[in-house]
Unconditional design. Structure first.
Length: 153
């Protein structure tokens, strides 16, 4: 009888320990998963890429000039042609692989503010320009070049 009780007690203790250990383990897992989930939320790519209205209304603080457009062209050649191609058609091999946008279609349809917002925020394979060390200001120079590149007619 006593032996049985002891055995039962031991089993109970082992069971309790097991539960505590497992419970603890679960808690650790949850803690480890939390940052990953948050990261996912931050990098989640929205299906539609729309700039906020107030961003669309922002005007280009850098007046169009040969100087500005040339600065933009140098940056475009260095950082953007690899995907968008020299004419911005999105037809470079790396661009085809990630479905890079055809800037000849997209740029004329948008305001400078809208494009600038997109350059600053990025989306998926289209990295935000700060990733390349391109400043906000040079973002505007890039846009002046994109205007020249996509001039219709
Ligand atoms: C790694 C390939 C890649 C590089 C490099 C790249 N882009 Fe893109 N770009 C994309 C992709 C992909 C999209 C389409 C994003 C989407 O709509 O899902 C895009 C979209 C855009 C758009 C927006 C078109 C729209 O839908 O309104 C602009 C503007 C643009 N890119 C400009 C640039 C500029 C300027 C650079 C250089 C600083 C650049 N991109 C570098 C892949 C790239």
């Amino acid at each position: 009888m006593n032996k049985k009780n002891l055995l039962f007690g031991l089993l109970l203790a082992a069971f309790t320990l097991g539960v505590v250990a497992c419970g603890g383990g679960e808690k650790e897992e949850t803690a480890a998963e939390a940052p990953a989930a948050t990261e996912e939320a931050v990098t989640a790519v929205p299906a539609i890429w729309t700039a906020p209205e107030e961003a669309k209304a922002v005007t280009n603080p850098i007046a169009m000039s040969t100087e500005s457009s040339e600065k933009g062209k140098a940056l475009f050649t260095q950082y953007c042609v690899s995907c968008h191609g020299e004419k911005g058609l999105g037809d470079a091999p790396a661009g085809k692989a990630v479905n890079a946008a055809n800037l000849q279609e997209k740029v004329p349809a948008q305001t400078d503010g809208e494009i600038h917002w997109k350059l600053l925020n990025g989306k998926g394979a289209m990295l935000k320009i700060s990733t390349y060390g391109i400043s906000d200001e040079d973002g505007w120079n890039l846009i002046n070049y994109l205007r020249d590149l996509t001039k219709q007619g």
